[in-house]
Design a protein around this ligand. Sequence first.
Ligand code: SF4
Length: 703
Amino acid sequence: MSTDDPESEPVKTICPYCGVGCGIQVKQGDEPGDVQFMPWGDAPVNEGRICIKGGAATEVVNHKDRLTEPLIKEDGEFREASWEEAYELIVDELERIRDEYSADALGFYGCSKAMNEENYLLQKLARRLGTNNVDNCTRMCHASTVWALRTSLGAGAMTNSMADLREEADLFWIQGANPGEQHPIANSQYFRQAVLDGATVIQVDPHANKTTRSFDIDDTDRHQHLQLKPGTDIPLLNVVIKTILEKHDEDPEAGWIDEEFIEARTEGFEHLKETLEDFDKEAAAEECGLSLEEIELAAEKYAEADNAAIFTGMGMSQHACGVDNVQNEINLALLTGNVGRAGTGVNPLRGQNNVQGTCDVGAMPNVLPGYQLVDDDEARESVEEVWGFEVPDEPGLTNVELSHEFGDSVKGLYVMGENPVMSEPDANRVAERIQELEFVVVQDIFPTETSQYADVILPATTWAERGGTVTNTDRRVQLMRGVEKVHENTKHDLEILTEIGTRLFDSGFDFDGPEAVFEELREVCPIYHGMTYELLGEEGLHWPCYEPGDEGDPFLYEDEFDTENGLGRIIGVTHQPPKETPDDEYPLILTTARLEEHYNTGTMSRRSPTLNRQTPENFVDVHPNDAERYGIEDGQEIVLKSRRGEITVEAQVTEDITEGSVWTTPHFAASSANKLTNDVLDERAKIPEYKAAAAEIEVGIEP
Ligand code: SF4
């Protein structure tokens, strides 16, 4: 690599990995693909700091595995093709499937790593073809969070910003989230600094992790880890809420609930009280595997904090009761008046660098850009007026629902930058079903576990080679800027979609770059309407930003909620055990999570030498008592099984996980947790239950 050319100015862009949205710079070398990482010292979110993933991000740009030519499958083998051939085939097949079956026989997977403009165009293409069958990876991570927040508060996003939380929060309630591992710069630069300045942390998680260790402060009164059994978040929060209600009955002056706030700004408080009338706290604590006293202590700390902020992650959302899990966090926040001020709220930490934006721009089957419901006639018509075509008025299928229909009602699939054969639960069945499709397009930078089943593979450019906007976890929309030279015969996602759209339709897809697409997006997405590329500048803007000149809101709902009547919704919820619970055959609870060094299905991170060196293989955490029972030694290879498959992994014997549970990751193709996970869905949000399945260990492989 030669990147010493003093003429080559670095460009400011955004890290392609997690949702924190750290600014970095990349410098172009002599050859396409030849790019070097440089820090961006005064980047708005991270001020030059970077985690291991961000620092290694450029390692994959020039990787030898890059897809460099379009590929078409013939007689079961891929051969190189021209772009012209590939485009013709795609357009013919999309039209054929639509005409022979219906537009709903097509499915589109947007990409939470791709930019707002690209996802906007993909969902527009799907809808122009006549289907709402378009979804993105948020379905797998925070669909339930988005559902609960949107329904009960108004917007499916963080209520607050990292900056106001760092300045104003006195207590961080972190449930099912692991920012120490998943959002390292947010954790170190914002949350940990607040804790060092005196804030308290309550962590609720079945697994001890980097977050636990990062807050291991001397004053243990200020750090509590409630290591509950997987799938018992509702009973735990109900103990907390009931404790707060009881205290209020005994001593209203204590101020544990905020009566004025409940009266003026919420509805449903009576329902919550009724739900918990006969609730048995002792039994619930036992169900969680915790003592009642420790949960009560956590309740006291939350209720007594001046500003208490909830952080919620996939430990909450990835359950068949994911919506209710998050609703109970909303209940706790509303009951105590901890919403609508700096340093408070319910804050989902978003996983991928643009998963927030991909939802914002409407790459979901039930909403148009700006979360306008497809079945809301007025909203739909206002979008149709700009687009010039009719949008179907029924929500489409989510990505797991699409996958369940492969070969049945769904015949064709367009995958932009996703890897469903590895990312979806019960992955062995997904691999079987995808082969039932008549036509599959995969548009990506590397071959993936999914692309082997494609009929056409399109080689796209990487994050470093193109520009556009992304929206981070606290709703900050930022510009990404690409280096000039593009790797070999690759094309930008936007260019590919523009070309396909223009070949299919006379109008509506003829854009000369991302800014032109953003200008149209502004017209149909009220929360982005006040933004332009110029106004975004280097700082970006938080949505909602309704008119040019609006500075965006660092925290939401100061005066009212964005619900129909302006009130926040409290809804009492009760325990729903995971859909699959341990039994004689599968006596363990399997739960899953990600590692700092890897990223989802690992298509990028497993190709990064720096990241792969840190953790080259999958492993499973097993509690010492379980290890003794099974006769497992630390480091021994074991077979981990569920009703859906098995993987061979190294056992790590550790008290990080509670007895009776095992913990592993989804990042490694041959031993991915998703060969074992259960594809049962939350009824409303359709998110799968990745976080709890029945499992068994088979020993028999010599250490
Ligand atoms: Fe990238 Fe997230 Fe690390 Fe920041 S914290 S450098 S955005 S992976």
